[in-house]
Design a protein around this ligand. Structure first.
Ligand code: SF4
Length: 309
């Protein structure tokens, strides 16, 4: 398991020239014209994108245009993901000495978490407070499924422990005209100087509670690695996705080719956003989003995809 997390790979030295080269590539591929078009859309708010915006615009532009401004609302499924993350963070970081054997009772813990969060005046708090007792029990059961799967499939007492949980990666580019963000589940290791050179043995680790969408997750891993490179000047050794439902981990060793592919993909997404902001009609491209798309009833391509799937 240590090998899957990349702890056996030698630390990587910082490489500011790689970071600068990829920022340059990003700017060249996006182009000033596209950045101007996006800026003209709303001068007060720079374009801030995360992995979901990027995946959405690259998957089906019509779905992206329809959903991008819809305020985020929790559903039992979305709440399950957030709550599972909270539970795992608490599990790892309780008393700073996590261990499966210590006094951890997941059933009690999830109800504590639900009680606590329902007092919060935010979207998740209000969603939990508004649940019926049956709805609350269903959400709790869904979260416990993820936690139990984690318990069975992943050694929580692994050494070294993660140093951060729910860590925000953020990169402000081109004088603040473009902001890229990513929230990573757990971060193992920290950049440290070795012989005067900053070295990184960072491994990023994400838990996905639902279905496996490995094709998109692969790009998410590379995107997270790119942001870590931009933020600290050195890419992580590995990025791992762990799928709770299938108990399957994919450990991606990061190299320059993957970082470059991530930069090109970001540029492709931003260019599309610029073209759409300038009024180009969105393209339709059916895929798994059709199952949840608000345009589903009026979209023949989407209906056809669902029928054949
Ligand atoms: S139903 Fe599918 S193809 Fe149609 S707009 Fe939605 S996501 Fe795109």
């Amino acid at each position: 398991m240590r090998a899957a997390l990349g702890f056996d790979i030698p630390p990587r030295p910082s490489d500011m020239s790689l970071s600068a080269r990829l920022k340059g590539l990003l700017l060249d591929e996006i182009g000033e014209k596209a950045l101007d078009a996006i800026e003209a859309r709303d001068r007060r708010h720079p374009l801030t994108i995360d992995r979901i915006d990027l995946a959405d615009v690259l998957a089906c532009e019509a779905n992206y245009v329809e959903t991008k401004d819809v305020p985020f609302e929790y559903t039992p499924q979305k709440a399950r993901g957030s709550l599972a993350g909270t539970m795992l963070r608490r599990w790892y970081f309780r008393d700073q000495r996590p261990s499966v054997e210590r006094d951890w009772n997941p059933v009690e813990a999830i109800h504590e978490v639900l009680d606590e969060l329902s007092e919060q005046d935010d979207k998740l708090g209000r969603f939990i407070a508004g649940l019926s007792s049956g709805g609350r029990a269903d959400v709790a059961a869904g979260v416990l499924d993820v936690v139990h799967a984690f318990e069975e499939g992943w050694p929580l007492d692994i050494d070294p422990k993660p140093v951060r949980a729910h860590s925000s990666l953020r990169s402000k580019l081109f004088g603040g005209r473009l902001i890229l963000t990513y929230k990573v589940g757990f971060k193992f290791g920290q950049p440290r100087p070795q012989g005067g050179v900053p070295m990184s043995s960072v491994v990023l680790f994400d838990v996905r509670p639902g279905r496996e969408y490995e094709e998109e997750e692969r790009y998410n891993r590379w995107y997270a690695a790119l942001l870590e490179l931009f933020q600290v000047g050195v890419a992580p050794l590995r990025v791992v996705t762990w799928y709770a439902e299938s108990q399957h981990a994919v450990a991606d060793t990061i190299d320059e080719g993957k970082l470059e592919a991530a930069a090109r993909r970001v540029a492709g997404g931003v260019r599309r956003m610029a073209e759409l902001a300038e009024g180009r009609p969105p393209a339709i491209n059916p895929g798994w989003r059709c199952r949840y798309c608000p345009l589903g009833e009026s979209c023949t391509e989407g209906a056809g995809w669902i029928q054949d799937a």
